[in-house]
Design a protein around this ligand. Sequence first.
Ligand code: SAJ
Length: 421
Amino acid sequence: MNVSKIVVMGLGYVGLPTAAVFASRRIQVLGVDVNQQAVDTINRGEIHIVEPSLDIVVRAAVTEGYLKAATQPEPADAFLIAVPTPFKDDKVPDLAYVESSARAIAPVLAAGNLVVLESTSPVGTSEQLSAWLAEERPDLTFPHQAGDASDIRIAHCPERVLPGQVIRELVENDRVIGGITPTCATEALKLYKKVVQGDCITTTARTAEMAKLTENSFRDINIAFANELSLICDRLDINVWEMIRLANRHPRVNILSPGPGVGGHCIAVDPWFIVDSAPEQARLIRLAREVNDHKPDWVLQKVTGMMEALHRDLPGRTRQDIKVACLGVAFKPDIDDLRESPALKITRAIAELGCQVLVVEPNVRTLPDHLSRPNLRKASLVEALEEADIVCILVRHKPFTEARNEIKRIPQLIDTVGLVN
Ligand code: SAJ
């Protein structure tokens, strides 16, 4: 298959960088998104998300005419689907965006096309994608029916990029490429070889789906271990940060860092896809999710305990007289992404206690609407350190690390990320 045009469905944190990187290799790319504003922004050569270097790559690709955005797909040689795969309230995967992308590209598909699912998906989704496309296009054959002889090739090539390092990781990371049939995998491999410098390894679509879910579950379990240690050490009056540093001196031990909980739209979500597929077997994976999900409640208990001590020391003080500074609301250091952020959840819960809350978040200009409360406002770090009775470090942002010595002097300090330790 000769690829001269690609359609990328979804122009978010994965789709837009992917579209831009293919376009930078002088392949015509049409990025498709339901968000008209995002489409207009990209067509002006600008970006609607924060990601280092992405603006430069997008501007160049749009200016040189290789990248365009639209709300509807057009015929192309290859279609990449990079849309969200969240879960529903009951932690069951929600594949609605994959399905609507499939139904949107179906009318423009032609024999010889390749369709690649990049979205992290439960095992079996690539076959389901094939079935949705077949439903829409009975005039074409698909790999789940026709095997290697199919008109359309379908593969899963899960994205693996770390927010904050997307452009570098898109090119340098190894990629797992799972085909519904071996020919599907080979065709997808040829496409990815145009941009990926890391190794591209082919396998089946189901194995690739499971491998991606496993990567994020591996990290979740390891973070859960660190978070559980932080609870145990607190109970036993041991400095968990020092203890982990010492344990990590063992050549085969590498414990991750405890934090306020696990955020983002990947690690806190994907393990549930495994639990949903194999609930009886996935015991450890489920427990790790529960440990990490519990951590924000534990941090909140610490804040409440400290507030009660303040009330005991100064009985005349009301709840509104107490000021709590929350340092960071993003889901991890040095990004503007607040999705599924445990820091955000803790901040909102502290505000619900009725005290005054000062939020320091150097990576966003304005706080999200759901933090808008009369007793909560955005503040500078200097203001927060001067005014707050209790300071709660929730994210290890660079400006906080730089002010480590000043923060360390605060008497009522809750350090969830080991910044001063
Ligand atoms: N965290 C800790 N302690 C740690 C490391 C992380 O509490 O030692 C927390 C972070 O603060 C954050 C959460 O975990 O709240 C997740 O952050 P992360 O940096 O571990 O991962 P993400 O969600 O930004 O990106 C992950 C990556 N997966 C792995 O590292 C296995 C990335 O490569 C994936 O592409 C991405 O998920 C995805 O899209 O699936």
